[in-house]
Write a protein that binds this ligand. Sequence first.
Ligand code: NAX
Length: 328
Amino acid sequence: MKAPVRVAVTGAAGQIAYSLLFRIASGEMLGKDQPVILQLLEVPFEKPQQALKGVMMELQDCAFPLLTDMVGTDDPLVAFKDAEYALLVGARPRGPGMERADLLQENAKIFTAQGKALNDVAHRDVKVLVVGNPANTNAYIAMKSAPDLPAKNFTAMLRLDHNRAASQLAAKTGKAVASIEKLLVWGNHSPTMYADYRFATINGESVKAMIGDEAWNRDVFLPTVGKRGAAIIEARGLSSAASAANAAIDHMRDWALGTNGKWTTMGIPSDGSYGIPEGVMYGFPVTCENGAYEIVQGLEIDEFSRDRMNFTLNELEEERAAIAHLLG
Ligand code: NAX
């Protein structure tokens, strides 16, 4: 049996965590041969701390063979100590009457503090996934607040958008979702994201040719994927939780264990590829191998795509400008 690895999860008493933690502990994220120690962070208030205790009792009651230990805490320095994986799920939700700028500022405080704590105590190869919204900008802030850790270790979750796009294409073509390859999502995890199926294939055949209807892309597909989160809230009365947890598992599993040459989407700090300014936390097509991701290069960018990529980039640049003064 391998030595256990430490996995930190924030927002551990929240609804995404309630789906996520049990799947990490059962080995679905890092493999059925990888024991884990869960290090769970919640805010220092009685109710969430009490709820966290309840979640930990349930984890205990599952008697997961791979869960060798766990700790619940309100201190990021305890939660992130020697963590090799950190899933930053907890964030400040938008309250009634709260402006977007206020939301950015409130979250900037959280992710500055958590970035600093990761910088101080996490394993030097820690893989960080930010789920809490605004995910890309929160990931950017955490990255900038952790100067001693490699920037490439900080990522944002675009995988839910990617999975939503894949399932929409499966429904449209009547093919199995598992047969879809070479799909990608550019940009911000927000309705501005650009899900791009121009290169996608199903059993080697072009999805674009199969659909053959350019208007469907613009008028149906992109709005459906972009507004899926809002549609779930309307239907369920609560935001996506199990599907978000599933996407987080997919993201971390692929990053840690590899994609066997297949493309996926990760929000990562740009290296300047495709004209996206260096450092911007942007959704890119990647492949993963040996615990590292690499951007898929050489894709042709047509005019429609460039417009969409710039649109979502502009939103990220605005978010970045709004919090720039906090990063010193
Ligand atoms: P919940 O409100 O159910 O849970 C969040 C938990 O985080 C709460 O228990 C809260 O006490 C805790 N928390 C807040 N600040 C914290 C801090 N500084 N340290 C530790 N814990 C903290 O929200 P949930 O539905 O679980 O969603 C969590 C986040 O994921 C939200 O920001 C949400 O917007 C975001 N999402 C991101 C998605 C993505 O694709 N990137 C999709 C799903 C989801 O909307």
